[in-house]
Design a binder for this molecule. Sequence first.
Ligand code: MLT
Length: 314
Amino acid sequence: MAYRVLVTDDVDPEGLALLAAETELLVDEVPTLPKDELLRRIGDYDAIVGRSATKISAELLRAAKKLRVVGRAGVGVDNIALDVATELGVAIINAPAGNTVAVAELFFGTVIGLLRQLPAAALSMQNGVWDRSKLMGRELKGKTLGIVGLGRIGSEVAMRAHAFGMTVVAFDPYIADERFTALRVRRAASLDALIAESNILTMHVPLNDETRGMIGKRELGRLPARSIVVNMARGGIVDEAALLAALEADQLRGAVLDVFTAEPLVADSPLRTAPNLLLTPHLGANTVEAQRNVSRDVCLAVRDALLHNDLSKS
Ligand code: MLT
């Protein structure tokens, strides 16, 4: 008996080749299916493999009469109606480890870019200008980095921050003291306590009811003067309107956003022209290495779930 797998986003070919190598798996790659077309076709498939662009809604899951597995080539599962998947007995498999380094490296790339005004510097050079006095930067050394969420990505960020001579503090009630000690990270007693001492505050938590709007007007107002806020986790964890207001009031040194409440970010979003805001289009996991890792991890797990009924990764 053959199982049909629908690939609905651009997933790295190395993992897909592992699926295609199995004679009992028939793989269809259709990364740009409109929603209605996906709804019409989904009934034929035993598994979906995708990234965050495919919304695995309750409606889609209910139309997917044969579906057994959803494979997510990445970590976040906030694009999936998890309660309905559980109700219908559809297994959700993600790839939580393969892109952690990519996100941590982008964190330092963008924060240094912001502190050294690299986007403005590059633009000035393209425009034939040579003005170093307007491009004075700041260093990471000696600054306090506040990490919300000391999971896989938060930990990778913490390890690298030590190399820059930063003081690293984190808030994460779900992580044991031993992990803090091993990472040489001081535990903040509360989110408020962390915020109060963070020169750079960065979010590395999933989006859920606990974290939605976690950093709003009140929290931004409690940061030390001239702080930086970074969100490369999920849009909505930092309140976009509150962040915009804080930047426009010159209350922050700057901010980095790689993720947005609505993606893609609309062309006329006021965020696009906000002062000292470095924007990137959800590039956290966008490296060749990370995409290869998550594709391989998720495709192997989907294969095992379908062919060997192994749902240990779900
Ligand atoms: C993830 O959740 O793995 C990243 O945000 C990347 C993605 O959504 O594809």
